[in-house]
Design a protein around this ligand. Structure first.
Ligand code: EPZ
Length: 431
């Protein structure tokens, strides 16, 4: 397993372009199977999760390949709607293929998605919504088989504004007979991107970005070239990097409107942020001030995907801050790792109490999940001394070569690959 070795304490400076959004690209790649033909999707980030999605698409018969951030894919040859178990296990987001494959082929077989490091990842809202659209669902211990001769539009209310369920049901409804209205829908920017892509392919959807999305089913969709929006969480991670390293970073190709809650919190902490259209400058002015309390919640509230990163800034702030995590029930695994670096953080049920300390110290720590891993890199960049981050594969799921990203801003960070196993057998001479 790769490791990252970081010499902390260097202010990051420079300019960096934000790569395409993982959480927009995944549902859009899934949606492409609904239209037979050649697709061309631009600004796709080069990530492990994207690679996994492409393996799944190729396994069911698409010919997908990626060149310099563009995925060209032929979906006319799809011959199966059975997602391979090993690939399903690698990435929960393969669940996004349920709606599209059901809409186009009338059947889809997936494996129960495992939970993951950030908590229970149920899919009951996805399944109940597909049933409401007329699908039959057969579940075993390991498998889920959905079938539908014809999906029929209906009204669906989500008990929780689930991002994935909203996206899956939008896609399934896009080719259903009649009209579907999803209420209490998630409002994330990635859902708006999916709506724009589906409409470009000939769908008839309005309301993404609000809590009510109306989908008028259309018989057939056709491929259309598309460009993915920038990744707001990668942008937010870099904003925190500027603050924790006392640096000054300019972000290009960023959409500030997607980051208003993050901008608000960082400004309250004393971080200087100036915006000029799709360019944002983030600079350190003085030791960050604690924020009494932030609560993670569905968009446009403070994003759960930025919780661990902002906790790093709070850990070296002046005063005590509280973060309440309301989206996932297990998203504080990075707390122990931060405490190993000298942070003073206590978890009480779904809240973390962070008492700012003057500095963090380098240590060997673990990336316990994608965003927690990014937070450990931020902590290493800020800390005095050397930090080794292990289990880096978690980070590679959502950041395109994170070490290059920070090296380009002046960081001392190297990826260390495991030593190749020696071929020669050691002969132990018995005396
Ligand atoms: C998406 O996951 C993102 N992933 C996550 O980003 C993000 O953290 C999450 O939305 C919340 O914003 C992608 O878009 C690929 P949810 P998703 O369904 O769709 C419960 C990252 O770091 N729930 O909104 O899985 C669930 O248990 C990743 O990039 C049900 O109870 O999130 C959780 O507590 C991590 N039943 C809550 O809703 C369901 O059927 C939020 O889940 C579905 C979800």
């Amino acid at each position: 397993m790769d490791k990252l070795v970081i010499e902390g304490g260097k202010p990051l400076t420079g300019t960096i372009r934000i790569h395409g959004a993982k959480n927009a690209a995944l549902p859009i790649l899934a949606a492409s199977v609904m239209a037979s033909g050649i697709h061309s999707i631009d600004n796709v980030p080069d990530l492990k999760d994207i690679d996994t999605m492409m393996k799944i698409l190729n396994a069911i018969g698409c010919r997908a390949e990626m060149r310099e951030g563009r995925i060209v894919m032929d979906t006319s040859g799809i011959h199966s709607s059975h997602i391979p178990e090993d690939l399903m296990r690698q990435m929960r987001s393969s669940i996004f293929l349920m709606g599209p494959l059901l809409a186009r082929f009338g059947e889809v077989r997936v494996y129960q998605p495992g939970g993951c490091a950030i908590g229970d990842r149920k899919i009951d809202l996805h399944l109940r919504g597909l049933e409401a659209l007329g699908a039959t669902i057969e579940e075993t211990e390991t498998m889920i088989v959905c079938r539908a001769e014809q999906l029929t539009g209906t009204d669906i209310h989500l008990d929780f504004p689930s991002v994935g369920a909203t996206e899956n049901l939008m896609m399934a409804a896009a080719m259903a007979e009649g009209t579907t209205m999803i209420t209490n829908a998630a409002r994330e920017p990635e859902i708006q991107d999916l709506q724009n892509f589906l409409n470009a392919m000939g769908a008839n959807i309005i309301g993404a970005g609000t809590d009510t999305i109306t989908i008028k089913g259309t018989k057939e969709l056709h491929p259309e070239p598309y460009r993915i929006i920038p990744d707001r969480i990668v942008a937010g991670t870099l904003m925190v990097a500027a603050a924790v390293t006392k640096g000054n970073i300019t972000l290009e190709d960023v959409n500030p409107a997607h980051l208003s809650s993050v901008i608000h919190v960082l400004r309250r902490m004393g971080v200087q942020i100036t915006i000029d259209n799709d360019i944002m400058n983030v600079s350190y002015a003085s030791r960050p001030k604690a924020v009494e309390r932030i609560v993670t919640a569905p968009y446009p509230s403070f994003p759960t995907d930025m919780q661990s990163q902002v906790m790093v800034l709070m850990s070296i702030a002046e005063g005590a801050s509280v973060i309440k995590e309301t989206v996932f029930d297990g998203r504080f695994k990075h707390v122990d790792e931060l405490c190993r670096m000298g942070a003073d953080i206590r978890v009480d049920m779904s809240s973390a109490i962070i008492r700012g300390v003057p500095r963090l110290y380098g240590a060997t720590v673990e990336a316990t999940d994608l965003r927690a891993g990014a937070a450990m890199v931020l902590a290493g960049l800020a800390a005095n001394g050397t930090t080794v981050v292990e289990q880096v594969h978690h980070i590679d799921r959502g950041y395109d070569r994170i070490e290059h990203m920070f090296q380009s801003l002046g960081a001392s960070i190297e990826r260390v690959k495991p030593a190749a196993k020696s071929k020669t057998k050691r002969i132990v001479l018995m005396d």
